[in-house]
Design a protein around this ligand. Structure first.
Ligand SMILES: Cc1ncc(COP(=O)(O)O)c(C=O)c1O
Length: 331
């Protein structure tokens, strides 16, 4: 980052940002890409381009775009979210189809379908290729574009054993984060057609996301993009290890078989403690996890958490929940 070659990116003159954008476009097999400060900004810009005010956006009920992006879909794009609940956060065409507005003049029209893979709050779940492919094909037949909130799409690619270009090919636009599992301190990317990204530059600027000598950040982004995907499998193995052990603690409801990436979400209701109480006790032991509601805890594995750290987290959970699991806990 200190050695990054920089210029003014608002004028398209930052060579490191340009390199990052070209590299992302190439990896995703797209015409162009744009560097944005956050995933929220990437998603907000995408929704704005795909829709017109007064339209609806179909998304999953627990989706980030619906719950954690400050209602930007309404605020910035003038659209109404049409959330649909899906098992494990994974929508199907059958579920989506029920939410598509009939083509009659007195109903707000569906302007966009936004999918999330991996699905954060559903526990890092992944859209199977056939499911996402089917949704895209049928949506396109109905004249509706698809945006993919792929904040953790590289985790999905590792879980599916396929390149990101292949698993996202039919989506009209993809946002992914260089931060989070890929380890950059800041930054996300939006990829799509040349025309789409040209418009994205306008809306990024409107949102105050036109940065000047941003090459210092793009330099970290290049490492995230080029080097870090190769180590994500390790995070997935650690999450699986953690899940297999935590699921054995009496009072915890967690299906370890469903943990296929780096996120675990589990129910602690039967421990007779709230998730917030448990997380506070974990934090006292320097283990950070979040209570997403009184019953559910979310844990994430990443480059700064190794297997020994996961074992410590499991032992702390065991101690806090007041039970000892029989010897020979899953390795
Ligand atoms: C699925 C998903 N999409 C988008 C975002 C937004 O990213 P950012 O925090 O960079 O705005 C997040 C952040 O947690 C996320 O989990």
């Amino acid at each position: 980052m200190a050695d990054a070659e920089v210029g003014d990116d608002v004028y398209g003159e930052d060579p490191t940002v340009n390199r990052l954008e070209n590299c992302a476009a190439e990896i995703f097999g797209r015409e162009a890409a744009i560097f944005v400060p956050t995933g929220t900004m990437g998603n907000s810009v995408a929704v704005k381009i795909h829709t017109r005010p007064g339209q609806e956006v179909i998304c999953e009920e627990r989706g980030h775009i619906f719950n954690y992006e400050m209602a930007m879909m309404a605020h910035f794009s003038g659209c109404l979210a049409r959330p649909i609940a899906a098992p494990d956060g994974i929508l199907s065409w059958a579920l989506i189809n029920k939410g598509i507005a009939p083509k009659i003049y007195y109903r707000a029209q569906t302007g966009l379908i936004s999918l999330e893979s991996t699905h954060n709050m559903a526990g890092g779940t992944v859209y199977p290729r056939e499911v996402i492919g089917d949704i895209c094909e049928r949506a396109h037949e109905a004249g509706i574009p698809i945006h993919l909130d792929g904040a953790r799409i590289f985790n999905a690619a590792v879980a599916l054993g396929k390149p990101v270009a292949e698993i996202t090919r039919k989506c009209d636009s993809v946002m992914f984060c260089l931060s989070k599992g890929l380890g950059a301190p800041v930054g996300s990317m939006l990829v799509g057609s040349g025309e789409f990204i040209k418009q994205a530059r306008v809306y990024r600027k409107s949102l105050g996301g036109g940065m000047r000598q941003a090459g210092v950040l793009a330099a970290a982004g290049l490492i995230a993009l080029e080097k870090m995907p190769a180590r994500l499998a390790e995070d997935h193995e650690n999450a699986k290890f953690l899940a297999q052990n935590i699921s054995r603690i009496p009072g915890i409801e967690l299906n370890a078989a469903k943990v296929v990436t780096n996120i675990l979400v589990f129910n602690v209701a039967a421990t007779e403690m709230t998730s917030f109480d448990i997380c506070k006790k974990l934090a006292e032991r320097r283990i950070l996890a979040s209570g997403i509601d009184p019953q559910h805890i979310r844990m994430v594995t990443h480059m700064n958490v190794d297997r020994a750290g996961c074992a410590l987290a499991f032992q702390a959970m065991e101690a806090i929940c007041g039970h000892r699991v029989c010897a020979g806990a899953a390795d």
